[in-house]
Write a protein that binds this ligand. Structure first.
Ligand code: AMP
Ligand code: MG
Length: 341
């Protein structure tokens, strides 16, 4: 509920007024629930057909990528997980290939086979509990993206009991697909809030960049800062999004270190990635969260094409050179900005 409220508020923030001098194009909007979150789409100067194509595309992917059978017949990933292999749609195969590339590039900080462990902590059933060390030791060998193959639209899991979960990249893929549809329809301006992953397509009607809020991790209904963006996909992974307090009093978040099977607890509260690719932004937001501050910096220096804002519990905002130009801290927040170059 809280998450939905945040998404709605973020959307409200994105409803920024158009300038007086630019020609006004008609705004069309839509909203839907998919991938366990609330999504809004606002398109300017569209015919309406692209809005329904975007919606149909999101709904189809939501069903195909579901890890449960609650969404009806088209649940391709649920079936692959049950049978250890299966044919999937070309777009699911495309996502799997892109995600596997990111798993390799991040040396397994992103691992799309983490589901057995995610389930064990109760993040799917919402029946949360701390697994025993023995149980985790049994499940950890199943977390190994190198044992997934994707050939001719067929996904295969090489170890019995392995399960795929595209939760860390799916909203980014939706953002990529939606912007492809808008681009081919010659649409010039749109803003999509896909539950924390934002597609800032083109620019605002007044020619200004879109202003995208970064949630305050202590109160995710408000923003601690803003990014000015044009033609970018912005994805945030935050420990505040889904977590539970264990019987030991500790808070466990839904972002898991695939090497240990334990929710990450490294002082990071959120990671926001800005790039041209939704899969990259979404995948890296999860991966850099897992890596922690130092490894994330090293990764940034070795790879190009993205920027980040990382918020830590000691009230620091680590901001890469490209993001620093477009990032402003909201009034009343006292984050110390640490520039990464
Ligand atoms: P995000 O909100 O994009 O960071 O994605 C988090 C979701 O991805 C979680 O709810 C899990 O379903 C899954 N997940 C958690 N940890 C990982 C990980 N290290 N690699 C891949 N997927 C993960
Ligand atoms: Mg992600």
């Amino acid at each position: 509920m809280k998450k939905r409220f945040c998404a709605a508020l973020l959307s409200a923030c994105l409803l920024l007024s158009a300038g007086a001098c630019a020609p006004q194009r008609e705004k069309m909007s839509d909203s839907l629930e998919a991938m366990d979150t609330f999504m809004t789409i606002e398109v300017y100067g569209a015919s309406g057909n692209e809005l329904s194509s975007v919606r149909a595309n999101i709904e189809a992917l939501d069903k195909r990528l579901s890890v449960t059978n609650e969404k009806g017949e088209d649940n391709e990933i649920f079936r692959v997980n049950q049978n250890g292999a299966g044919m999937v749609s070309p777009d699911v195969a495309d996502l799997a290939e892109q995600a596997l590339t990111l798993c390799r590039e991040t040396d397994g900080a992103l691992d799309i086979t983490v589901l057995p462990v995610v389930e064990e902590w109760g993040f799917i059933s919402k029946n949360y509990h701390i697994p025993t060390a023995e149980r985790l030791a049994k499940l950890l060998p199943l977390v190994d993206y190198t044992q997934v193959s994707c050939k001719n639209n067929t996904l295969k899991l090489n170890k019995s009991g392995m399960k795929l979960d595209f939760g860390a990249v799916a909203k980014g893929y939706i953002a990529d697909k939606a912007t492809d549809i808008l681009r081919s329809a010659d649409c010039k301006s749109a803003i999509l809030n896909l539950g924390g992953t934002i597609a800032a397509f083109g620019e605002k009607q007044n020619g200004q960049p879109w202003r995208v809020g970064i949630a305050d991790p202590d109160n995710s209904a408000t923003f601690m800062g803003y990014l000015s963006c044009k033609d970018k996909i912005i994805a945030t992974s935050g420990s505040y999004e889904r977590s539970f307090a264990g019987a030991d009093g500790k808070v466990y978040s839904h972002i898991i270190d695939p090497k240990t099977g334990i929710p990450v607890d490294n002082g990071i509260l959120s990671v926001t990635i800005i790039s041209d690719s939704g899969v990259r932004s979404d995948g890296l937001s999860t991966a850099l969260f897992v890596m922690g501050r130092d490894r994330a910096e090293t990764y940034y220096r070795r790879h190009s094409g993205f920027d980040y804002v990382m918020l830590t519990a000691d009230k620091k905002a680590y901001v890469t050179a490209g993001a620093a130009e477009s990032f402003t801290v909201a009034q009343g927040y006292d984050y110390e900005i640490v520039r990464i170059s």
